[in-house]
Design a protein around this ligand. Structure first.
Ligand code: GGG
Length: 351
């Protein structure tokens, strides 16, 4: 029987709650289907580690994680205690050191889940976010810190190799879906970095003649994703734009709590990382009302990646059925159920 080794990194706030819920569902699926096993190892990094050791993760954490088949993360951050730019470091380090350059963030509407838009057209989009460079490169510094003359410099890095590989990935994904790719830039104002994106898109397009291409600047994209989100299929953008747009696609489809994500190393040289799109939500942490759906669907993405498509499909259908019933919805999607109740409802729907 195939065993997949999973590193669990629950992190902070509701991260631990949604990871526990996901493990419950993953365990139920493996018991029902058989044929594979998940062997977890749990790492209590984040604020818990900081309290004991004065840092959010051990220095050698990447060496610890490298032998795993996949990493499953809950959420990071507790801004009242430590600045977010400190708690986010391990996540960015994993993405950059393990070359997890393709961040895949699907968002869709679900029958039974209200969303804030007037139109009832179903929405089904995937944001593909460049995940290894761009605006999240650790490249900058302060000059004369704390003085009236202070200068902060932060330089984004966009390499031809980085842009080309993420566009190829997005084209290939669009080809498997509704064959429509929208690239987001701000090349009218950022005349070097995003002009490179424009050029590479034109160069690659002939390789994908069956994929219809559209381009939008980030400002227009935010407007159009509210006005006509159902017309989008695959959206590709830089690290920062992908991060922003995937919160928006979460918002227009009902709740960020529903959205999964995969941080992939498509060449499989390193373990890929799976996490809900949402953060640690300190305001509701410990109350037992977090929506675990985004994390559970991230678990489905992980199983698909690990070569267990049947198990992944089983989870997706169970989530869909549980949400359609309605009485198992958490408060973020207008219901009264708690994390445990929606998790039990999903397990029940596994059939
Ligand atoms: N679920 C992971 C998490 O905590 N995300 C919060 C966040 O701010 N992430 C930033 C990013 O994805 O770059």
């Amino acid at each position: 029987m195939k065993t997949h080794r999973i590193a669990l990194y629950p992190g902070d706030g509701i991260g631990t709650e949604v990871v526990d819920a996901t493990v419950t569902v993953l365990d139920a699926v493996q018991q029902k289907l058989g044929g594979f096993q998940l062997a977890y190892e749990r790492f209590d990094w984040g604020m818990a580690h900081y309290d004991k050791h004065g840092r959010v993760m051990p220095e050698d954490f990447l060496t610890t994680l490298k032998p795993f088949d996949a990493i499953f993360l809950g959420a990071v951050g507790w801004p009242a205690r430590l600045p977010d730019h400190v708690t986010l470091v391990p996540l960015i380090k994993m993405r950059q050191s393990f070359d997890l350059y393709a961040c895949v963030r699907p968002a869709r509407t679900f029958p039974g889940v209200p969303h804030p838009l007037r139109s009832d057209e179903p929405i089904d989009v995937v944001v593909v976010r460049e995940n290894s460079e761009g605006e999240y490169t650790d490249n900058g510094g302060f000059f004369s810190p704390g003085t009236p003359n202070e200068v902060a410099l932060q330089t984004a890095v966009h390499t031809r190799r980085g842009v080309e590989r993420i566009l190829r990935f997005a084209f290939a994904l669009a080809r498997k879906r509704r064959k429509k790719l929208t690239m987001i830039t701000k090349s009218n104002a950022q005349k070097y970095s995003y002009v490179l994106w424009d050029r590479v898109l034109v160069e690659l397009a002939p390789e994908f003649p069956d994929v219809a291409i559209d381009k939008l600047h980030i400002d227009a994209a935010t407007l159009e994703l509210v006005r006509r989100p159902h017309t989008f299929d695959v959206i590709v953008g830089s690290n920062l734009f992908g991060d922003i747009l995937s919160d928006l696609t979460g918002g227009v489809t009902g709740s960020l709590g529903l959205n999964p994500s995969a941080n992939l190393n498509p060449e499989r040289k390193f373990p890929s990382l799976f996490e809900p799109v949402h953060g640690s939500a300190p305001d509701i942490a410990g109350k037992g009302i977090a929506n675990p759906t985004g994390a559970i669907l991230s678990g489905a993405m992980m199983l698909e990646w690990l070569g267990e498509p049947k198990a992944a499909a089983m989870i997706r259908s169970a989530v869909e059925r549980a949400l359609a019933v309605g009485n198992s919805s958490t408060p973020d999607i207008g219901g009264k159920a708690n994390t445990q109740q929606i998790t039990e409802a999903i397990v029940k729907q596994l059939g």
